[in-house]
Design a protein around this ligand. Structure first.
Ligand code: SF4
Length: 409
């Protein structure tokens, strides 16, 4: 039962009598209260609150709340019923947030992707923040901890940004190639430079905080790491080097010579279904040439060959789904271009590889689904996603503020 006018809130041993309750947008509401304890007698306050079913969080100050359970935490006071609230923090609110279905029209549907599984492998808690706590953080009336999880989820880092910048520029080059309007090499570098400058300005000015999923925000800026101009210059130099490696390669020259209709798909976000679960994929390039179907992947970071086979195997499963007739009559090859090494890894994606990949995917998605509080509704419980012990990983994790690991150690 939501406290109403005439009832009381007991916060930090101070009693506040409710004069009015104002519903606000979404899960929010506001209490207009009058102090009834000696220390607050006669004082008036407006207290914002967030309600999830029977869980009520009253905002106190930065990063803390008062929490009361609307069925269990009532006591009788001489001035009338009082909801006795205890202190709570952002994680307490996130723990409740992820136990409740979304409030908007967009449901948080369970799905699987290679990067999702990799996030869990790296840290279960980071996985929880990314795929559950941040959900609906884009809403203007979302609770502050949810908004913060969403902001952190969208931060990038210098090395990741270099990879994204190069991928985006190669994508632009290939799309223009497919459209029959190839772009000159120097124009590609200029294009990337313009984007890099815009990203840097959006991040340094803090504009990304208004549109975290549209504008680039660096965790180096968010966490106020004093990176030298030389570090940024090195990042740019690396990006330009990777791009020039690509555009000067025989691989790109070959792509430029092929009929444009052999380029089937360029970095498009797609999904298909495995074991009744949506799988997200984004291939850098799919190409069909003669009797061979090629799946390309550009890498700017370190390479693990066994990971490559799995990742490309997933793309192979998607290709089979998207182009069944073409794949039946073609051999399927994965090509990974490691731009930092200027080295091409090429391997065949055989039926055995795809079968093993499918088994790996099914095992992984079943494991991830088994962790849920309610697999059907895709609801998660914080305590099932522990933090890791390796603080070196935490040092570069975008979520370290939520774990209290953002201070030097
Ligand atoms: S700070 Fe550490 S424990 Fe917390 S989410 Fe990141 S990697 Fe995991």
């Amino acid at each position: 039962m939501l406290p109403k006018a005439g009832q009381n809130l007991l916060l930090n041993n101070r009693l506040w009598t409710i004069r009015q309750v104002h519903p606000l947008a979404g899960r929010k509401l506001e209490f207009e209260v009058l102090g009834a304890s000696p220390a607050s007698l006669g004082m008036t306050r407006r207290m914002k609150a967030v309600r999830y079913g029977d869980d009520l969080f009253i905002e106190q100050r930065r990063q803390s709340y008062w929490y009361g359970h609307l069925q269990q935490d009532w006591l009788n006071h001489e001035l009338g019923p009082a909801l006795a609230c205890r202190q709570a923090n952002w994680l307490d609110l996130l723990a409740v947030h992820t136990r409740h279905p979304a409030s908007g029209n967009l449901k948080n549907e369970f799905s699987w992707s290679y990067s999702r599984a990799a996030t869990y492998q790296k840290c279960p808690r980071a996985y929880y923040y990314h795929y559950y706590a941040a959900w609906e953080g884009w809403q203007t009336n979302a609770p502050a901890p949810v908004k913060r999880a969403y902001l952190l989820k969208n931060l990038t880092s210098l090395p990741r940004w270099v990879g994204d910048l190069v991928h985006e520029t190669i994508k632009y080059a290939l799309i223009r190639l497919k459209d029959g309007q190839p772009v000159a090499d120097n124009h590609l570098v200029k294009h990337m430079h313009t984007r890099a400058q815009a990203d840097f300005a959006d991040s340094r000015s803090g504009r990304y905080r208004q549109k975290p999923n549209q504008l680039t925000g660096f965790q180096e800026h968010y966490y106020q790491l004093n990176l030298s101009p030389a570090a940024w210059q090195t990042a740019w130099t690396d990006a330009e080097h990777y791009l020039r490696t690509f555009i000067n390669s025989t691989l790109y020259a070959d792509l430029c010579r092929q009929p444009v209709d052999t380029l089937l798909e360029i970095e498009a976000l797609q999904f298909f279904t495995v074991a009744r679960t949506k799988m997200w994929v984004q291939m850098d390039l799919a190409q069909h040439q003669g009797n061979t179907f090629y799946i390309y992947d550009w890498k700017t970071g370190p390479i693990e060959e066994s990971d490559l086979r799995q990742q490309l195997g997933i793309y192979g499963l998607y290709a089979r789904h998207a182009w069944p007739e073409t794949i039946t009559n073609a051999s399927l090859r994965g090509i990974v271009y490691a731009l930092a090494e200027d080295r091409v890894y090429e391997f065949e994606l055989t039926d055995t590889t795809l079968h093993e990949t499918r088994l790996m995917v099914e095992t992984s998605l079943n494991n991830l689904r088994d962790l849920l509080l309610d697999p059907q509704a895709n609801l998660a419980e914080l305590r099932r996603f522990p933090m890791i012990d390796d603080l070196r990983v935490c040092q570069t994790c975008q979520f370290r503020e939520l774990c209290g690991r953002d201070k030097p150690w």
